[in-house]
Design a protein around this ligand. Structure first.
Ligand code: HEM
Length: 493
């Protein structure tokens, strides 16, 4: 009877489906739960219901979760399922999230010569489709030997203390101009209704000064130039489109969806501007050690423009967000401002660095680090095969009182004096705003120098106060949501 209803094509289709289910590792719990296993494996890790082929991404499409709030989604998933959670992407490929400190440490310590950070698939896909422009997926998205060659050819100057130290005068000058810009834009001599665009302009100006060796004029009193404005918009769009192609339905693999189109527009806009800036390099640019190290690198010419694009995209938005978080936290803690000023006046930068570390502990813009395991691992009692995508939720682990006392509070003192040793030992694999190991952010030294210059100048020039509680949204990075209002009152010198 059944055979009469089903045609031969239907039987073939069912057979192919079953084979596919088995190949992608989908195991219906009702069928497999009775099978006794000596060791718990990926299949046993708890997580949201996984649908055949669609995996668990449906929680963002039909469930209560939104991918503008991914940071809250994971906090909720850990609460529901425990310290290790399994999601499945399309075709039921598992993605394992961990929040336990020992697990995070185990994963990050186990990286080999070429640590694998999963690429942003849509960017890698787009760059592959443009061999005229790109010889590879670029330093941020490449893996293995290709990544290693790019990393060693492109970042030695960027990570050199001497080269980065030589940028100190220009950083100080830009920060000084930024303080002037704050004064000019205040309402009633104190009120800034949104710090975000100002922080973004500072991020743009310093990153371009570093990467391109030229001042772009983002802080000019008559507003940035059209090129500069286009760059700012392109970088922002680029991050939003990365998020949307990553968490949305992956139809972009079949046709150019609006989010994929945005991503391509962002990439192309940054590329065109980078090319224009390379072509119009002047004497000032030619003196820039970073720009020159990229231009002179012994790599395919296409890689050089791609590296400029990657440095700009990786640096601007991350820095803008981090500036907002740092100033907002300091603006909510008047006693920290006073203590900082006193310490600076005594010629010390100990408390200054403690404030920056504490801001990165409490609100890291890159709040989670992704890796593909290179060897078999045991995490929270589960056996994980090599080649599994692992998300290390270091940002959430930093909010746990088991790891840091009064974890939700901004307490720079935990980084100094008698607390210092305990904090640093816990922080090694948890306070990792720039990542860790061989793939650590090459911009770290520069960013720290910018934040040191910024905070010490701002605290000397202003009494600054945050007006509202900070809200967040996920834009592939943790970003401030809505306007960030602050008061900046001049200090009477
Ligand atoms: C506050 C600012 C910044 C933050 C929070 C930040 C954070 C990060 C993080 C978390 C990673 C991944 C590291 C890992 O997987 O272990 C990364 C990678 C990277 N960052 Fe940054 N970054 C910042 C600024 C910059 C700047 C200014 C530049 C360049 C001028 C830059 C260039 C890069 C590059 C090229 C990579 C890829 C490195 C690789 O895979 O080898 N970043 N960054």
């Amino acid at each position: 009877m059944l055979i009469d209803i089903l045609r031969i094509q239907d039987i073939c289709a069912i057979f192919i489906l079953i084979i596919l289910y088995i190949m992608v590792g989908y195991r219906p719990p009702w069928l497999w739960k009775h099978i006794e296993k000596s060791q718990k494996t990926i299949t046993d890790i708890p997580g949201p219901l996984s649908l055949p082929f669609l995996g668990t991404r449906w929680i963002y499409w039909f469930g209560n979760y939104s991918f503008t709030k991914v940071h809250e989604v994971y906090a909720d998933l850990f609460l529901k399922y425990g310290p290790i959670v399994k999601e499945e992407t399309l075709f039921n490929i598992p993605v394992i999230s961990i929040v336990n400190r020992c697990d995070i440490e185990k994963v990050l310590k186990s990286s080999g010569k070429y640590p694998v950070r999963p690429p942003t698939e849509a960017i890698a896909y787009y760059r592959k489709s443009r061999p005229d422009r790109y010889a590879s997926a670029g330093i941020v998205n490449e893996q293995g030997v290709v990544w290693h060659n790019l990393r060693s050819s492109l970042t030695s100057e960027l990570t050199s203390p001497r080269t980065i130290g030589s940028f100190l005068p220009v950083i100080d000058q830009i920060v000084e101009e930024w303080c002037t810009s704050i004064r000019q834009q205040r309402i009633s001599g104190k009120y800034i209704n949104d710090l975000k665009p100002l922080a973004e302009q500072l991020g743009l100006e310093v990153t371009c000064a570093l990467v391109l060796g030229r001042r772009m004029g983002f802080l000019q009193s008559d507003g940035p130039s059209p090129t500069a404005r286009a760059l700012a918009v392109a970088v922002h769009e680029h991050f939003l489109a990365c998020r949307d192609t990553f968490y949305g339905l992956p139809f972009w693999k079949l046709w150019a969806t609006p989010s994929y189109t945005h991503l391509v527009q962002g990439e192309e806009a940054i590329y065109t501007l980078a090319l224009e800036l390379i072509e119009t390099a002047n004497e000032e640019t030619e003196e820039s050690a970073i720009f020159q190290s990229v231009i002179r690198a012994a790599i395919d010419n296409r890689e050089k423009t791609a590296a400029i694009v990657d440095f700009i995209a990786a640096g601007i938005y991350t820095l803008g967000n981090s500036i907002v978080f740092l100033l907002h936290l300091m603006g909510s803690n008047r006693e920290c401002q006073e203590k900082l000023l006193e310490d600076l006046n005594n010629g010390s930068t100990t408390y200054l660095k403690a404030c920056i570390n504490e801001a990165f502990r409490l609100i890291p813009t890159a709040y989670c680090l992704a890796r593909v395991s290179e060897q078999d691992l045991e995490l929270s009692g589960y056996y994980i095969k090599a080649g599994t995508v692992l998300l290390c939720h270091a940002g959430l682990a930093c909010q746990n009182n088991d790891n840091f006392e009064d974890a939700h509070l901004f307490k720079p003192d935990r980084w100094i004096a008698e607390c210092k040793a305990t904090t640093f030992s816990t922080a090694t694999y948890l306070v990792i705003p720039f990542g860790i190991g061989k793939r650590i952010c090459p911009g770290r030294r520069f960013v720290e120098q910018v934040l040191v210059s910024l905070l010490s100048n701002v605290v000397r020039e202003f009494h600054f106060t945050s007006m509202d509680e900070l809200k967040f949204q996920f834009e592939f990075l943790l970003a401030p949501k809505g306007p960030v209002a602050m008061n900046f009152l001049d200090k009477i010198m």
